[in-house]
Design a protein around this ligand. Structure first.
Ligand SMILES: [Fe+2]
Length: 195
């Protein structure tokens, strides 16, 4: 996939109803087909009039000082990541390597999940909850507002949950905690472990 203008909507790696155990088909259809698509379209529209930015990568555009570029580039990157890190079918198991690192840092997988959920619930308004790795390879839990991304702070995302209402409102309404708590069932740990 090309990583500069014109950007295209990355393919959804499964069917719209694949995540049904946690995220209903209609939410995926709207979230992917409308929200994610508009970040792609808006970014292309802006860059159309800025030829000098057309060879910049998505990651470079995420650091733009122009809010509309930064927000839409972040929206594209974050949602590419979100669809990839999930999967349908049986609940997966965390890889041995990552499992060990998580235990070392957070005590246990259960404690890690509790902290990750608390952090995602604590994000006021729209944003994302993340598990990231810093330059020294140290794991950290953090959140970002809007479509900001940890990469802009020099941290590499390993896992990220979208806590914008558009990600869960149809099924969960205001119950963000229920969405975040159920979300583990569709995490593609194999993909996450490879990062
Ligand atoms: Fe979203």
């Amino acid at each position: 996939m090309s990583n500069h203008y014109p950007f295209v909507l990355a393919e959804l790696p499964y069917k719209y109803d694949a995540l049904e155990s946690v995220i209903d088909r209609q939410t995926v259809e709207i979230h992917y087909g409308k929200h994610h698509q508009s970040y792609v379209d808006n970014l292309n529209k802006i860059l159309e009039g800025m030829p000098y930015l057309q060879n910049k990568t998505l990651e470079e555009l995420m650091n733009s000082e122009v809010a509309a570029i930064k927000n839409n580039a972040g929206g594209v990157w974050n949602h590419n990541f979100y669809w990839q890190e999930m999967k349908g079918g049986e609940e997966g198991e965390i890889s041995v390597d990552l499992g060990k690192r998580i235990e070392k840092k957070f005590g246990s997988l259960v404690e890690f999940k509790a902290l990750f959920e608390k952090n995602a619930l604590g994000r006021f308004g729209s944003g994302w909850g993340w598990l990231v790795e810093d330059n020294e390879g140290e794991l950290e839990i953090m959140s970002t507002a809007n479509q900001d991304n940890p990469l802009s702070l020099g941290k590499k995302p390993l896992l990220g949950i979208d806590v914008w209402e558009h990600a869960y409102y149809l099924r969960y309404q205001n119950r963000r905690a229920e969405y975040v708590g159920s979300w583990w069932k569709v995490v593609n740990w194999e993909w996450v472990g490879k990062r």
